[in-house]
Design a protein around this ligand. Sequence first.
Ligand SMILES: Cc1cc2nc3c(=O)[nH]c(=O)nc-3n(C[C@H](O)[C@H](O)[C@H](O)COP(=O)(O)OP(=O)(O)OC[C@H]3O[C@@H](n4cnc5c(N)ncnc54)[C@H](O)[C@@H]3O)c2cc1C
Length: 307
Amino acid sequence: MLTTSLHQELKQITQGRVKFDEPMRLHTSFRIGGPAEVWLEPQDLEELKNAVAAARAANVPVTLIGGGANLLVRDAGIPGLVIHLNAPAFRTWQVEGSQVLAGAGLGLDRVVALSRDAALGGCEFLSGVPGRVGGAVRMNAGTREGDRWRAMSDIVQEIRVLKRDGAVVNLSASEIGFGYRQSRISDGIVLDARLQLAPAAPEEIGRKITDLMAYKRVTQDLSAPSAGCIFKNPGPDRQPASRLIDRAGLKGMRVGDACVSTRHANFIINQGSAKAADVLALISAVQYKVLQEHGLFLELEVQVLPA
Ligand SMILES: Cc1cc2nc3c(=O)[nH]c(=O)nc-3n(C[C@H](O)[C@H](O)[C@H](O)COP(=O)(O)OP(=O)(O)OC[C@H]3O[C@@H](n4cnc5c(N)ncnc54)[C@H](O)[C@@H]3O)c2cc1C
């Protein structure tokens, strides 16, 4: 619970622009989630720093939300301060030779389109991956491009991070600790990322984008709200979780309005008014059955908030 003094301080820092009890279902691709106790879209770095410092001094948790495309927010909502970097100050874009500096709040679709316009290739694999730069760095988002896997770790040179103590530091790619759909940026706030791209003809980039989008439309289930793949591909050889779930006969399994997609078994879709509790119950059932059937535990890719 927020103290009255922190409540007042946040209002003052943000000139009254904070919101209280903001429904998170409005900010997640799953369209699920209880309220954020405090919702803040800071105008600039100064306001972000001040709000985070005030929350941390009061021992109130701080949570970052990007595009909300990889989140399952619990029905009870998120306590403390929830920050969304959506202001123009966090959606910056700068081309420097064959590198670009992209603000954490910039949409991945914009990154792909602006790179194409600047005749820079290398980030086409982000076509059709919803979210923002900050969330994509944190998740090491990636996908298959033809016969190879590509991820943020292939193009991120360095990032700028606001640390817990209020310092802003640069982290090189090796310091980010990229792994399969993860990084080690646990409580740092990503402010922007420097991406290494390569000169390419916009027409050629455009063709790649079209092909990738067509592939996504065929393979993914975009018919209803979801958070993309729920589980990581397990084991050292990363067997597709979708195949394991399918072979366990779980396509179409449901709890309430939460349903294992019949199109892509690693998607759980919200067919109306699914609750986070429904999705969590379905996740447990799928994990149990796949473990029984294949002897493999499916780790979550989706981030459950609060953890
Ligand atoms: C239809 C669909 C298709 C998808 N396809 C793919 C795919 O092909 N490949 C793939 O990898 N993913 C895919 N996803 C998942 C999602 O697009 C990615 O995980 C994406 O990177 C999430 O970015 P986001 O900005 O929405 O992050 P969010 O979901 O908002 O947040 C994800 C995590 O990042 C943290 N975070 C967000 N912003 C910051 C910040 N500025 N600083 C620090 N931490 C931050 C959050 O706290 C959370 O822990 C898909 C999702 C959907 C709905």
